[in-house]
Design a protein around this ligand. Structure first.
Ligand code: PEP
Length: 251
């Protein structure tokens, strides 16, 4: 099964609007040289509209770093799927480890956000990952299984075709410590098997599973060579045009 690779940049709480637009234009140039893969960038909310305009008709996807579950209402600080769609956003990162661990978002909330995205025709990237202490205690697979089962609760087979999973070991995010290609492949294969047991084989075979956690120009090729790694969710190295360009151009 040929899965279309997805290279996604999470810009977190960095870049002013002008800086974001300049970087988005550079990313669009990099992406233009690679028609066989998807490229997504997720700026801070303040730059979303300007970045959508900057990459219009280039094929580069723009993502939000979070999404509300309701369409509108008294939800201070939140932004909904119709609002994001209105300005050209088509993807949302959901359940990022910083949302889970810094802001205390739990599985029930993450599941609601995922449904908010699916109901609003926004492609969700559901992030999952174990902490270092969970890994050292031998709990990696049970933690990931719980995050997947809770995160995807109520999602049907058809909807699952619109979901991307990102495996991001918490101990590898922003630490410079990458999972080895063997560690990442082992987990990605586990996730695919689990999805097969929850949904159907053809859904599990088609779903894109990204790796995230200190992805950089030096390790992207070996990660992408793994059979169950279909792309990358990149933080720090997505903030520099040169390093993200090399990641987009993975071989
Ligand atoms: C991330 O923010 O999802 C991430 C993986 O960050 P970094 O690449 O900096 O580890």
């Amino acid at each position: 099964m040929q899965r279309r690779p997805l290279i996604a940049g999470n810009w977190k709480m960095y870049l002013t609007q002008d800086e974001a637009v300049a970087l988005a234009k550079a990313v669009a140039q990099s992406a233009a040289a690679c028609a066989d893969r998807d490229v997504m960038i997720a700026p801070a909310f303040t730059s979303l509209a300007a970045v959508c305009t900057a990459v219009q008709e280039t094929g580069v996807l723009v993502g939000a770093q979070n999404i509300a579950w309701e369409k509108e209402g008294a939800f201070t600080g939140e932004i909904s799927a119709p609002m994001l769609k209105d300005i050209g956003v088509s993807v949302a990162i959901i359940g990022h480890s910083e949302r889970r661990h810094v802001f205390g978002e739990d599985s029930a909330m993450i599941n609601r956000r995922l449904h908010g995205a699916l109901n609003g025709a926004i492609l969700p990237i559901l992030c999952i990952g174990e902490t270092l202490s969970e890994r050292e205690a031998g709990k990696t697979f049970s933690v990931l299984e719980a995050q997947i089962r809770h995160g995807l609760a109520g999602v049907d087979t058809e909807q699952m075709q619109q979901v991307v999973i990102a495996y991001e070991p918490v101990w590898a995010i922003g630490t410079g410590k990458t999972a080895t290609k063997e560690q990442a492949q082992e987990v990605h294969a586990f996730i695919r098997q689990l999805l097969e047991s929850i949904f159907e084989k053809n859904v599990a075979t088609a779903v894109r599973i990204l790796y995230g956690g200190s992805v950089k120009p030096e390790n992207i090729d070996e990660l992408m060579a793994q059979p169950d790694i279909d792309g990358a969710l990149v933080g720090g190295a997505a903030l520099k045009a040169e390093s993200f360009d090399r990641i987009i151009q993975f071989q």
